[in-house]
Design a protein around this ligand. Structure first.
Ligand code: TXE
Length: 455
């Protein structure tokens, strides 16, 4: 049989132009990448912690030095506003800085036992497969790469087919930083080929996955055959709970950005806005006004706050959630690009719009009577990733915080993600934690050692 090169086009979703043509990796390339990572593992694991920290620090600095270039790639490939892309690249550097610092702080324990000394070590897993989505390509890659490398694993990284460019550039910077060849291998190829092969491969010890709950399920099922470790960061349908005693103007000014940032293609999107009935109309007025001000347009302009969706197919999916006349529909640029307007819909928590992850700029506003009902509605979802509570009552904030079934919460804020704090889901939003010191636990194994000291 002839060996045929298969290539695929990478688009700019704001212009629909092809910005790259890449060779598509298949099973053979995946096996070769895993073999390279396996070969590189013993030497990488033997690098002294201080030296590994220095290499990660150098990578963080290179990301900073190439910040403008990387932000440009991400903006063109994902359709992200350039300002947001810059902030994301700054976070990538911060994540590598954090994990550079963490390399030498993974202490073991000594545990009191009779007859000897008991101690624990943190050991690397070996080759890990990292599968990342298209919404925050470089950012989410760094959340997995940072701890994986800090714990001395080697890596095969598979970016999403739609957005492989920033990861391919990062691979070059990784080599430039002095991280040895074979330690990180980036493969651009389809999920059901490259991703699935990584999941099945007997030499891959763990899969770090971010993506849809549906594919997450198949990753988990596929991992069972080789008892692979998995970390799954999946979809969300998070609640933004606004109580009558909140600073309504502040809550309404923030709410659009909790749904429409990244054109709603954000697993943390607070796409169910729960509003207490006594302030419902007042809040909606503020919300519509604030949403009207969201600047949608050319991602290359500094002032732009929202760009297009990732693809024509995804726009169709998003549109399928909206029937009838919404409460509010914003404007989008005319002409080419996969645009979809900011949309606000009044809904009940039983409606499809409130049950499924839309992954687009569509917010569902749902009224509630009191605290108990707010908690019941917020938890009435298979997901549990993020959420916000808006109230001036501190005791209520803490009561509701404890009652909500979600991995990440913010009080009087939209903020979910920081390099230093744990991130991950409850329920069908996945399991395992990324970022902060918690992120390290997913990339190492605890070894317990007993040393007999008595004859
Ligand atoms: O995700 P997929 P898609 C949600 C969001 C979105 C929907 C579909 O609701 O609309 O998922 O997006 C790889 N074995 N999220 O289709 O398919 C794939 O190549 C192994 C939420 O892009 O889950 C890509 O690299 N890997 C989310 C990655 O999995 C496979 C982010 C994610 O793609 C595979 C993205 C397979 N069988 C989408 N099939 C979040 N939590 O942020 C695909 N992949």
């Amino acid at each position: 049989m002839l060996n045929r090169r298969v290539s695929f086009a990478v688009l700019n979703p704001a212009t629909e132009e092809t910005i790259a043509e890449l060779d598509q990796a298949g099973v053979e390339e995946t096996d070769a990448a895993v073999a390279r990572a396996k070969e590189a593992f013993p030497a990488w694991r033997a690098v002294a912690p201080a030296d590994r920290a220095r290499l990660l620090r150098r990578l963080a600095t290179l990301v900073e030095e190439h910040g403008e270039e990387l932000a440009g790639i991400e903006s063109r490939n994902v359709g992200k506003p350039i300002g947001g892309a810059r902030a994301e690249v700054a976070m990538v550097a911060a994540v590598f800085h954090f994990y550079a610092g963490a390399v030498e702080k993974q202490y073991g324990e000594t545990i009191p036992v009779g007859g000897g000394i008991d101690m624990t070590f943190r050991e690397p897993l070996g080759v890990v497969g990292l599968i990342v989505p298209w919404n925050f390509p470089l950012n989410i890659a760094s959340w997995k790469l940072g701890p994986a490398l800090a714990c001395a694993n080697t890596v095969v990284l598979k970016p999403a087919e739609l957005t492989p460019l920033s990861a391919l550039r990062l691979e070059e910077l990784i080599l430039e930083a002095g991280i040895p060849e074979g330690v990180v291998n980036v493969l651009a190829g389809p999920g059901r080929v490259v991703g699935q092969r990584l999941v099945e491969h007997p030499d891959v010890a763990k899969i770090g996955f971010t993506g849809s709950t549906e594919v997450g399920r198949s990753v988990m099922a596929g991992a069972a055959a080789t008892i692979k470790r998995v970390t799954l960061e999946l979809g969300g349908k998070s609640a933004n709970v606004v109580f009558a005693d909140a600073d309504l103007e502040k809550a309404a000014a923030a709410a659009p950005y909790a749904v429409f940032d990244n054109a709603g293609q954000d697993c943390c999107a607070r796409s169910r806005i729960l509003v207490q009935k006594s302030v419902h109309d007042e809040f909606l007025d503020y919300l519509v006004e604030a949403t009207r001000r969201v600047k949608v347009g050319d991602p290359q302009l500094e002032e732009t706050e929202m760009g297009p969706l990732i693809s024509a197919a995804h726009r169709e999916t998003v549109a399928s959630f909206v029937d009838g006349e919404p409460l509010f529909r914003g404007d989008v640029p005319e002409g080419r690009g996969f645009w979809y307007p900011c949309t606000i819909i009044e809904a009940s928590n039983d409606d499809r719009i409130a049950r499924e992850e839309v992954f687009g700029p569509v917010a569902a506003v749902i009224p509630f009577d009191d605290e108990a009902e707010a908690i019941r509605i917020a938890n009435d979802t298979p997901y549990g990733l993020s959420g916000s509570i808006w109230t001036r009552d501190g005791a209520r904030a803490l009561r509701v915080t404890r009652a909500l079934e979600t991995g990440v919460l913010s009080i009087n804020s939209n903020s979910s993600v920081r390099p230093t704090t744990p991130f991950g889901g409850f329920k069908q939003s996945g399991f395992g934690r990324e970022l902060g010191m918690h992120g390290l636990a997913g990339y190492s194994e605890v070894k317990n050692v007993y040393y007999a000291t008595e004859d």
